[in-house]
Write a protein of this length. Structure first.
Length: 103
């Protein structure tokens, strides 16, 4: 599974870089007074900032997902314990009812 996660990560990174490049080109397009080297430098900086913001967002999302997973796993364990206790109590009641029933 790790192999596929790595591929997915690389594809996500490549797509985000392309989005950053596209956004940088849109940003610099109306700035006609820039020289080609200035435009290129600004586009590279914009792309790097775009990628840094995306990375920060991904990290926050991963932390929140882990937090939610832990919370739901704890609730699931509690629910499972309650269900098992209820099942055992029901079984004990049925066995007790049969044990004390006259035949």
């Amino acid at each position: 599974m790790t192999f596929f996660n790595d591929i997915e990560g690389h594809l996500l990174l490549a797509a985000t870089r392309q989005e950053g490049r596209t956004a940088a080109e849109r940003f610099t397009a109306p700035l006609h007074w820039l020289t080609d080297s200035q435009r290129t430098e600004l586009e590279h900086r914009f792309e790097a900032e775009y990628l840094a913001l995306a990375r920060t967002s991904w990290q926050r999302t991963a932390v929140r997902a882990a937090s939610l997973r832990d919370e739901y796993e704890a609730r699931y364990r509690t629910l499972r314990r309650r269900l098992l206790a209820g099942l055992l109590l029901t079984c004990a009641a049925v066995v007790g009812a049969f044990a004390f029933c006259p035949r």
